[in-house]
Design a protein around this ligand. Sequence first.
Ligand code: 2HG
Ligand code: ZN
Length: 471
Amino acid sequence: MKMPGLLDALHGVLGDKGLLTEAADLAPHLIDWRGLYHGATPCVLRPATVAELAVAVRLCAAAGVAMVPQGGNTSMVGGATPDESGRQVVVSLIRMNRLRDLDPLDMTMTVEAGMVVQAAQSHAAAAGCLFPLSFGGEGTATIGGALSTNAGGNTTVRYGNARELALGLEVVLPNGAVIGGLRALRKDNTGYALRQLFIGAEGTLGFITAAVLRLFPAQPAQEVALCALRDEDAALALYRRFRGRDEGAVRAFEYMARNGMELVLRHIEGASLPLAQPAAHYALVNLSAARADAGLRGLLEAVLEEALEAGEVLDAAIAESEAQRAAIWRLREEHPEAQRRAGGSVKSDVSVPVSKVPELLRRCHADLARLIPGGRPIAFGHLGDGNIHMNLQQPEDMALDAFLARSEDVMMTVNTIVRDLNGSFSAEHGVGRLKTEMLRDWRGGAELETMRRIKAALDPAGLMNPGKLLP
Ligand code: 2HG
Ligand code: ZN
């Protein structure tokens, strides 16, 4: 089938609301959040049901047309935008956003892929439960995208990645067949755990259309503190102190450094530092518990006191209200937006064993300063997971093009250190289009070969999100 015939057939299945072809409607689907890629497409499909999607997929497959799944389009690695050929069709899952089921007794909820992560959190909260997945893009990113990329975020240290939160999946395969795996079971040893194949596959093996997600007890007790730290080692030492006291109480443990905090204070309206003086290193500690009388404040104060005495913590601000907790979290969460407003940046979302984070930070700072004099290393992220966003901000006196032309060198500089520390070149943002060559380099041999065989088995014609993930 030629494209005009395919478009007619798709219109017949999806109707006016389900098929966009006007340039103005297509535009937001063609650029990634970071503005790295500007793709082209003849249309955006917006199915409202699994049945509609399955028929549309069959039509595209029969026509040999490639499909790019898209949720909130917040990928950090260009994973959800089509290429420049104008031959890939975008399939937005955004209209498939229903809550199908929520069971506070089983502590599960079944949601469709297009539901925004924040909406999933709200549904859980309304039922007196917690859906713990939480990250900066949660107001836009969807459950389908979060699962497809195995999103991490701020609470991984306590609840695990998206992968750990999904008990069952419904998937439309590249040939239009549907896997109806929406089982809400904690135990289910019945062969290959197929759902795990699609989680983290970045849409290269099929469409995740719905998921059974795990819920947890709501956490009415919350404590948040911002700590000024002596150095990188003190950040790790403080984390260990909390873990040693009560590992289960730590909801998040985030690291930030001076440069990033400065950008937030300069570019984000209303941001202010709740400490007497700026520091070179900061930690955000968030403790939480299901019981209001869990004694979190005592725990927090006792650990901070010890760390102050040991000279690791120089100063700390403990939030006294929900507003203050939110204000401290904002200092951390606005890092990406502040970086965006401050000009160009090269991002490296890396992980190392937690014990190696101080070494990672020190070596990256030294090598990046040598590589691009005047470039500002912006290091922040999920220290409790060993996951640091080791970014570099454009020097104020360097043109954007000239800076971005050095992107490869910058990422290579960071990756060389990460590799030496037995880490990963992508901790939570995935591979997308940006890092396919890194995948070849780091996961070559039997590992990549196995991935290719899985891809060939499920998507022999290579129609699912081509150019992403696999080199
Ligand atoms: C975060 O932790 C996100 O805020 C984005 O993973 C990180 O912009 C980044 O580098
Ligand atoms: Zn992150």
